[in-house]
Design a protein around this ligand. Structure first.
Ligand code: E4P
Length: 218
């Protein structure tokens, strides 16, 4: 499973990139607004830290303006994935950009039918939002399972399932069990994956016993 981080916080991105485990970055207009930074230079800076896909979202909703914005975004770097909303106009932009070899991340997916449309439009990534479905008492993870099952029936679809709107480590683990290709998560949830009380307890025990041995490696 590829790990993307869902943030525009440069310090967080640098820190996670230094682990060697980070495969990409996703942003959205809310994340950019929260950063307080200017959009285009910020995306450029992120692309210089991470060599994998960096999602940058259009800010318009009509076809013509989205298309023009996409031109600006994809010129930032070859590994920018232009993010478009799952609307008729968004998918029209997706099809054109994909045909021209630009990665497109189709966002705000809440149904398997929408994911089918995105695959037909040649999306590099489809982003189903599990947390927001959970928030309205639907099983977000059921959507991941449905999309993976549908995509498996059509091996000519190249679209990767990018599990988004992640709220906790179980969203990641259950998606990985199903074989989802990518997940994007807030930095805090990625860090939660490291934690287990038995790791802490075991390490404390090993360190105490090592101290008693009076030895050193270096
Ligand atoms: C995905 O690309 C989105 O940026 C993100 O995962 C949305 O998450 P949220 O529901 O926590 O805002």
């Amino acid at each position: 499973m590829k790990f993307f981080v869902d943030t525009a916080d440069i310090n967080e991105i640098k820190d996670l990139a230094s682990t060697g485990l980070l495969d990409g970055v996703t942003t959205n207009p809310s994340i950019i607004a929260k950063s307080g930074r200017e959009f285009l230079p910020l995306i450029k800076e992120i692309t210089e830290i991470v060599s994998g896909p960096v999602s940058a979202e259009v800010a318009a909703t009509d076809y013509y303006t989205m298309r023009k914005e996409a031109e600006v975004l994809r010129k930032i770097a070859d590994h920018v994935a232009v993010k478009v909303p799952l609307t008729p106009d968004g998918l029209k932009v997706c099809k054109e950009l994909s045909d021209e070899g630009t990665m497109v991340n189709v966002t705000l997916c809440f149904s398997a039918g929408q994911a089918l449309l995105a695959a037909k439009a040649g999306a590099a990534f489809i982003s189903p939002f599990v947390g927001r479905l959970d928030d309205i008492s639907y099983q977000g993870l059921d959507l991941i399972s449905d999309i993976l099952r549908i995509y498996e029936n059509y091996p000519d679809y190249d679209t990767e399932v990018l599990v988004a709107s992640i709220r906790n480590p179980m969203h990641i683990i259950e998606s990985a069990k199903m074989g989802a290709h990518v997940m994007t998560s807030p930095p805090s949830v990625i860090r939660q994956l490291y934690n287990h009380p038995l790791t802490d307890k075991g390490l404390a025990g090993f360190m105490a016993d090592w101290e008693k041995s009076g030895q050193s490696i270096l």
